[in-house]
Design a protein around this ligand. Sequence first.
Ligand code: NDP
Length: 284
Amino acid sequence: MSTIIDGKETSAQIRKEYAEEVKELAKKGIVPGLAVIIVGNDPASAVYVRNKGKACQEIGIHSEIIEMPEDTPEQKLIEEIQKLNERKDIDGILVQLPLPKHINPSAVVDSISPQKDVDAFSEVNVGKIMLGRQSFVPCTPAGIMELLKRYNIDITGKNCVVVGRSDIVGKPMAMLLMQQDGTVTVCHSKTQNLSEYTKRADILVVAIKKPRYVKANMVKEGAVVIDVGINRFENGKLTGDVDFDEVSKVASYITPVPGGVGPMTITMLLKNTITAARQNRENN
Ligand code: NDP
């Protein structure tokens, strides 16, 4: 049986540490500030945005939610971001994705000042990750790295296989594992004989949006399995991309869904906002 990597508990612990850090900053007159922009009425996005605001509030970070209508022109959204770029009390700016179809997400994300781009999706911050000079790391891969660290899972020299190559999860994940001296393979929907790769993994990260796709016969005995997937069944129940019941019998460590990677994502947003506040204000 594997050890379950408890993202909820780890996340709660880390948030306590960050609350202390925010208190220390307050003594210097610095209250980190996060602005979250949401365009349109997507119910799932509304829940994510609310949770982000709540998490900020709980540890003393100032947060603002800016709601814009579905038909907001791209230029108007960029102007809103530019105003936030200028504000001294806002350290982090995040635009909740997905955006309505008429808006180009790259143009919007790239208009966020790189010093305030706490999601780290802009081309400047993506480039920095490639070069290993990042100030911010995208929150989901950052959360996974933090879980590996806190469970003392060594990455050096390990065969790391990342399944999924999205800009927000798979690609930055691969870069971070490589920075920590893992030997990294990235697989995707065109990969042939996927299980030949997954079976070689000491550390397997799965982010493909396919419920319970990874079965026990695709995983090496003793592997560390990180399940990023969030799939919602009609009855509202959540499941990951890994068949937890089967794979937990062969893995040495495994993240559950829910309660694994998910809770760490918002926690890393708090971390990036605190980092931004330090960088933007501590020596100014
Ligand atoms: P995307 O849809 O952007 O990317 C999915 C990736 O999986 C693509 O690279 C795709 O390949 C690959 N893929 C799809 N099917 C297969 C397959 N059968 N075999 C191998 N690779 C495949 O998804 P995201 O990266 O945004 O998200 C992935 C999952 O993680 C989702 O379930 C999402 O909900 C979840 N998620 C969870 C977060 C959290 O906080 N826990 C945060 C972000 C995402 P190709 O490039 O060839 O199309």
